[in-house]
Design a protein around this ligand. Sequence first.
Ligand code: SAM
Length: 493
Amino acid sequence: MNKVFIFTLGCQMNTYDSQVAAGILEKAGFEIIVEGEGPGDGLLISGRPSISQGADIVLMNTCSVRDHAEERVWGRLGLLGAEKKERPELIIGLMGCMVEEHREKLFKRFPYLDLMVGTRHIKELPEMIRQVHESRRQVALAPGREDYRVRAQGQPATRFARIKQDGISIEYSETTKRDSGFHAWLPIMTGCNKECTFCIVPMTRGSEVSMPAREVYREAERLVADGVKWITLLGQNVNSYNGGSTDNGQRTTSGRTVDPCPLPAVQDTLFPELLEMLCKIEGLERLSFTTSHPQDATEELFQVIAQNPKIGRRFHLPLQSGSDRILKRMKRHHTYADYKAMIDRLRTLVPEISITTDIIVGFSGETEEDQIATRSALEEIRFDSAFIYKYSVRPGTPAAQLLDDVSSDLKALRNQELIMIQRKITEDKGRLLIGQVRRVFVEGRNADKPKEQIARMDQDRRVIFEADQDCVGQFVSVEFIGLHHETFRAKLH
Ligand code: SAM
């Protein structure tokens, strides 16, 4: 009864939370299986493929940002329910934003769901699984179910730094099961204080809270000492980080050894300063971050990026719409001209920067004219890449009060139109790099073709090249020779 399959949906923050959960469970004696690698591959349950991958426990780390992500969870839960009829001992659990959003209702809707864990209780998963196993009763540690108590014995002894606030948390743990020896995700803030009318994040992740700069610095140093060379800082609005903003008693740290740290205990550290400090860590070669919000995309931040070559050359800045009328309805607090001026300034300071974005089509009240404005924005700015989403109403958000008056057919049509335009721009810009030589960081090798090495550019784009020697963990120079979708083919230079 100890094989756990963790299935992760949603943002990089969820990826990180799943890595924390995997590390804690592994330390407590569970075996973790990764999607596609389970012993259950090819296993059929009543003629259908086994969703559980043959594991004893399935944990789904969920996302609520768009209804599409939720649909996938409902679908999988249905299949898992069918599987459980044939394997009643199977334990099914949910983590992540859907737990925060739907809470107790999920137990009623899915009586075969065994456990739910909110984003701030991941550490208690081993004990919760044991409880379910012993009692076969539904167990939750999430907002609205604070009655559950964890027994102290049997907890893995581990070093933690955590901040927590109602419904949200960030935890740093030595046991986090990273998927690369060289790259690590590092959450520095979570939650959101912005008021975008379409967005559910303030409801699921709560208001903004930042990990103190000292803790971030120490964790980055620890990761580098452990062999990490590339860190990606995470946050719902990572550039809204304020390391001094939560010194009001809501933040707790526990069980840490106090190392010498160049920072005072309390100080108002904003994002540009944090980046500068982290760049000074010897052995850290690359520092990236995602996702930024236009409201905090300041001149100071751009200057810091320009002056620190360690900072990755990709800046993801969601535009959402090219129409000022729609931006206003979304409460984005910027116009298209403001946004364009920011990008122009950043491109002047850092000419090699790659700019990527998010777009929503079919928001309430969007007309053909608004769609043309977004199309023109894509053509004028020429992003390196863009995620283009169809608007979906999220219950409880301010926009849920507005009419969802763009039909799903029209949303699909507008979505497709913009995807085609952006795909062409991405390809055209990529082709300009063919024949050029760049330094790339080699992250791993293809398990089936050991000569094939997988690398990343400073602009965070994937590069594949063949070499006899093992280059993993090193920067190498390659010449680009081809482009397939968004991945470059290259040869060692
Ligand atoms: N904090 C960033 C910002 O607002 O600039 C973005 C983070 S959000 C979690 C990721 C993306 O999901 C958004 O940029 C938006 O494009 C998309 N998104 C959020 N709510 C959505 C909704 N209701 N329907 C469709 N897409 C949505």
